[in-house]
Ligand binder design. Structure first.
Ligand code: IDP
Ligand code: MG
Length: 176
């Protein structure tokens, strides 16, 4: 038994947003969520995640040959900040991907328009990492891959992509 994807119904998109460790260390969660509310998009999922090396490398796998890749992985894992977590969110709505990208601003925080989230809060560190406080999916293909990497179907408030039922037998921690 599966569920029907909601995204096919209208011209609706879903996008993955990460508030990166520098955003959390600088107590910017509220400010960033306020800026994101300007888009009038709907929050479909949210959680704090402790980022493993595997998850960070998988998230940024397209950049694995870049010279800054090792620093980028450490950055996402929170090794440069006193916050070993990111906040992961899924926003859904019309043209969600482009709207969040526009509000986020350019990758290089020094080139980002000063009114964008990265322009307001980002910086370049002496290690050369762009600490730009937010990740936002760049295309619908990336958004689907990233959302499926960070979230399980039941963590998202409505079905975005087709699912299937599988019997899983792994052990997991439950409340005592
Ligand atoms: P995006 O985050 O705007 O989509 P990507 O090219 O996907 O940009 O890069 C992912 C992340 O890697 C950036 O958000 C930034 O933190 C970091 N990054 C990208 N390019 C550079 C660079 O040239 N130097 C240092 N860090 C970079
Ligand atoms: Mg990107």
């Amino acid at each position: 038994m599966g569920t029907k994807p909601a995204l096919k119904k209208k011209k609706i998109e879903a996008t993955l947003i990460l508030i990166k460790p520098d955003g959390l260390a600088k107590s910017l969660t509220g400010n960033i969520l306020t800026r994101l509310s300007e888009t009038k998009l709907e929050i479909a999922a949210a959680k704090c995640v402790r980022v493993s090396r595997e998850l960070a490398k998988e998230h940024y796998r397209a950049l694995r040959d870049k010279p800054f890749f090792p620093e980028l992985i450490k950055y996402l894992m929170g090794k440069y900040h006193n916050r070993k977590k990111v906040m992961a969110l899924v926003y859904v709505g019309e043209a969600a991907i482009q709207r969040v990208r526009e509000l986020s601003g350019a990758t290089n925080p020094e080139e980002a328009d000063p009114t964008t989230i990265r322009g307001q809060y980002g910086r370049i560190t002496t290690k050369g990492v762009y600490e730009n406080v937010i990740h936002a999916s760049a295309s619908s293909t990336e958004a689907e891959r990233e959302i499926k990497l960070w979230f399980e179907p039941q963590e998202i408030i409505f079905p975005l992509y087709p699912t299937k039922t599988a019997k899983v037998t792994t052990q997991k921690e439950i409340w005592k």
